[in-house]
Design a protein around this ligand. Structure first.
Ligand SMILES: Nc1nc2c(c(=O)[nH]1)N[C@H]1C(S)=C(S)[C@@H](COP(=O)(O)OP(=O)(O)OC[C@H]3O[C@@H](n4cnc5c(=O)[nH]c(N)nc54)[C@H](O)[C@@H]3O)O[C@H]1N2
Ligand SMILES: Nc1nc2c(c(=O)[nH]1)N[C@H]1C(S)=C(S)[C@@H](COP(=O)(O)OP(=O)(O)OC[C@H]3O[C@@H](n4cnc5c(=O)[nH]c(N)nc54)[C@H](O)[C@@H]3O)O[C@H]1N2
Ligand code: SF4
Ligand SMILES: [Mo]
Length: 753
């Protein structure tokens, strides 16, 4: 029922009503990937969005952010024509301190509207001349998951940049540390399905703000609790989830490796492990057992801030309550040792054999279930057809500041690093707000010789530095298919409404640019229909050849809206639990407690030349209370996500800002840290370190432990001094996956006066 009448679905409005209801998919970067029913009136205007009651995970409701989605789609601040920077308008924010109810008309004044043809011709010409002058690798695409639609996230864009010979972007800003760490242990990102959490007797939310970031898991948590389950939250911050838990363990940031190893210590010391499962399914148990002996509850207590008794209790409760499920989201892996943290935590259900119980196991991400035909979509082979004739260099997105200010700039290193970046092409992302080390990013964006194009829905922090801004569609305005990282349904998102103004989808933009660059390969003609089929790779009956998608066709998806993956390879046992039986896709075919990949790689670590440890071991982050840097910057900062924004998305909308008003632009600080600094609730504060400084309002709270402070990601131009929280974060990378380390940040705080 991608597009049927409302009447045929719900009995009202009346059968004569010209309203249509369309099956779409929320494309924001959220594990839930909700099925969204959009009601469209006779004039073609969307009048209502609602969660699809037929989708087993969406269950008929949307989060507060997307329930108000039409405010975003029809916002008067949408970018609706291509824009070119006026010759007399310098780059950078024009006005800062936007309060609610102020619109962004000032920002539009920096630009003049141009036609798509003018914009595309100029951009193609400029990219061509930059490639000719400096080599195509001087062009850097920058995108993340502004849309999780399969085509918008990665298809024609990748083809375009591959054929051009542009630098490749290593997309590490979010999940690479945890994702790679999980795969070192299990080989694939599979895990406990949401409905199975309802069967758990104990749920551990470990660095996972379920209620704030993953609300469609919550009904299953509640179901389990009605049946007597306990919820334990391990999070340095008192999230909504923590406030609702039976036990909130306010661990010190960046010490989860120690806690997990401490739990393993107690489990093995007390013989609570599942010997049969370990013997059959795991690799390296004896080595891990020796390592874990070092992690006595007393030592772990000193690092984590918990008492030895709490560590004992947690370990015993986890190992003896069956089934016990861990929801491990991406919070812990944003620490410098976050890869190892995920690896150590992921080992717990292997030691207790909890994968064999419905309601046991763990979930980090379920994205490994979706085995799309990505090579057909992205065509990495086109790099060989580029002027380079080889794979292009790779630039880490978590070091954008470095890439724009230092990469290729020194004659001594330029030969090895490749050229300076001379063009930056941004889509699906707002790096001027979300990337670490914001001051370096801004210095780079202000370089007079840098040509910057941004494809966007709004005038964000990043468009403030753009030479061209191009208008992008929302998920109501284009057709897509999509997977998820928090459930296992393939979904079709029908186009509900015509694009607003001259907004165009990502695939349209890159197809047009490819034509202007003279790329002749037939794949540059593909439309959405063709690419959806390529992703599904159908056989002659139209059914996908992809593993797990044998029952899925594009037509079937259009009919049903969403169809489940078939994850079990055993037709006799379609509900088989993940990792209940082998073999796994690791080198040993088993759950790797000792990593053969790390044992055989010299380079999988953080690039600092350290030899990767095949067993988990605790090393405090460079920026933590346990490190020398704490002498000058004694407070550990959590630069967190806001419950009512999606990273920086929605931060410009009045309704969303009102919902977020208690903690937006605030620094949450414990009275024990505030009082000695003479800080009272509501005071204006300066929060700084060697990288930058931000102005925030003090919010005194006991929801955060002494020594830890928290603030939220936001649009920088919404702050009184135009500074974002990422002024304070570093470009240091994680131990595994070379990912960003937002949650390993030290600061000092004082009253601003
Ligand atoms: N409302 C809302 N939902 C979102 C997003 C959003 O911005 N807003 N963002 C989306 C995105 S991009 C993602 S990746 C997912 C991520 O979803 P989550 O992984 O849940 O994301 P985070 O909020 O980064 O981290 C979860 C929790 O980890 C805690 N944490 C920080 N450091 C540590 C630590 O050292 N140890 C432990 N145990 N916990 C720690 C944080 O305080 C936070 O409450 O959510 C998505 N959903
Ligand atoms: N301090 C701090 N920084 C963080 C984090 C944190 O927790 N703390 N979290 C990090 C994480 S986990 C992530 S994933 C990143 C996310 O960082 P980003 O990927 O930059 O995410 P958003 O801020 O949501 O910005 C996405 C942008 O894409 C645009 N967009 C949406 N759909 C489309 C489309 O179809 N086409 C185009 N062209 N544009 C579109 C939106 O309007 C929006 O401005 O931020 C990271 N930065
Ligand atoms: S942001 Fe997440 S919870 Fe909200 S509608 Fe989108 S997928 Fe669902
Ligand atoms: Mo993310």
């Amino acid at each position: 029922m991608s597009a049927t009448t409302a009447a045929s679905q719900s009995g009202h409005p009346s059968a004569a009503s010209p309203l249509r209801v369309v099956h779409t998919v929320c494309s924001h970067d959220c594990p839930d990937s909700c099925a969204v029913r959009v009601t469209v009136d006779a004039t073609g205007r969307a009048t209502r969005v609602a969660g699809d009651p037929d989708h087993p995970i969406t269950q008929g409701f949307l989060c507060g952010k997307v329930a108000k989605y039409l405010d975003r789609v029809y916002s008067p601040d949408r970018v609706l024509t291509p824009l070119r920077r006026r010759a007399d308008a310098p780059k950078g924010p024009r006005r800062i301190g936007h309060a609610t109810d102020q619109k962004y008309s000032d920002d539009f004044a920096a630009f003049e509207p141009v036609t798509w043809d003018e914009a595309l011709d100029s951009i193609a010409a400029r990219l061509g001349s930059i490639a000719a002058a400096h080599g195509p690798e001087s062009i850097l695409p920058y995108s993340y998951a502004g849309t999780m639609g399969l085509l918008g996230y990665a298809s024609m864009d990748r083809r375009f940049f591959h054929r051009l010979g542009a630098s490749q972007l290593d997309r590490t800003i979010c999940a690479e540390a945890g994702g790679q760490a999980w795969n070192l242990v299990y080989g694939r990102k599979l895990g406990t399905a949401n409905p199975d959490f309802a069967h758990a007797k104990l749920i551990l939310a470990w660095g996972a703000n379920i209620h704030g970031n993953n609300i469609h898991l919550w009904p299953f948590v509640e179901q389990a609790r009605r049946r007597g389950a306990r919820l334990i939250v391990i999070d340095p911050y008192r999230t909504r989830t923590a406030a609702l838990a039976d036990w909130h363990i306010a661990i010190r940031p960046g010490t989860d490796v120690a806690l997990a190893l401490g739990m393993i210590h107690v489990i093995l010391r007390d013989g609570l492990e599942d010997r049969a499962y370990i013997a059959e399914m795991t690799h390296g148990f004896d080595a891990l057992a020796v390592r874990a002996r070092e992690y006595t509850p007393e030592r772990v207590a000193a690092w984590t801030g918990l008492s030895p008794a709490e560590i004992e209790q947690l370990a015993r409760e986890y190992a003896t309550t069956r089934p016990a499920a861990i929801r491990l989201n991406y919070g812990v892996q944003r620490a410098e040792n976050g890869g190892t943290a995920v690896r150590a935590i992921a080992m717990l259900p292997a030691l207790t054999g909890s994968w064999r119980q419905r309601g046991g196991g763990a979930q980090l991400s379920l994205s490994g279930g979706f085995q799309w035909n990505r090579a057909a979509l992205e065509r990495p082979d086109l790099m060989l057809a580029s002027p380079l004739g080889r794979p292009a260099r790779v630039v880490n997105m978590s070091r954008l500041g470095h890439a724009l200010t230092e990469l290729g700039a020194q004659p001594e290193t330029a030969a090895a690093e490749g050229p300076c970046v001379h063009a930056l092409f941004v889509y699906n992302s707002n790096p001027a707000a979300v990337a670490p080390n914001q001051n370096a990013v801004r210095r780079g964006l202000l370089r007079p010789d840098l040509f910057t194009v941004v494809h966007e829905q709004f005038l964000t922090d990043t468009t403030d530095y753009a030479d061209f801004v191009l208008p992008a569609t929302t998920f109501l305005e284009h057709e897509e298919i999509q997977g998820a990282y928090g459930h296992t349904f393939v979904q079709h998102s029908a186009q509900a409404i015509a694009p607003l103004g001259e907004a165009r989808p990502n695939i349209w933009l890159f197809r047009e640019l490819a034509a202007r660059m003279g790329f002749r390969e037939p794949c540059f003609q593909d439309d959405a229909e063709a690419m959806m089929q390529q992703a599904l790779n159908p056989d002659e009956r139209g059914l996908s050849r992809n593993p797990g998608m044998a029952a899925i066709s594009l037509e079937g998806l259009r009919q049903a809206g969403h169809l489940p993956l078939t994850l079990s390879e055993d037709p006799a046992n379609p509900d088989a639990l993940p990792f209940a039986a082998g073999p796994l896709e690791t080198p040993s075919g088993k759950i790797e407690l000792y990593s053969e990949v790390l044992a055989h790689s010299g380079a999988a670590s953080n690039g600092a030349g350290s030899i990767p440890d095949p067993l988990p071991a605790f090393t405090p982050p460079t920026e933590s209370r346990h490190s020398p840097a704490a002498a000058r910057f004694p407070l550990e900062l959590l630069p967190r996500k806001a419950d009512h924004f999606m990273n920086s998305t929605f931060a410009n909308l009045d309704g969303h800002r009102r919902m977020q008003s208690q903690t937006a632009q605030a620094l949450e600080i414990h009275p024990d840290d505030a009082t000695p600094r003479g800080i009272a609730d509501g005071d204006r504060l300066r929060v700084w370190n060697d990288r930058g400084s931000v102005t925030l309002r003090a919010r005194l709270t006991r929801g955060i432990a002494p020594g830890v402070v928290a603030a939220q990601l936001d649009w920088s131009k919404a702050s009184p001094d135009g500074s974002g929280i990422n002024q304070l974060t570093s470009e240091r990378l994680t131990d595994i996956g070379q990912a960003a380390t937002f949650y390993s940040t030290l600061v000092q705080v004082a009253r601003a006066d």
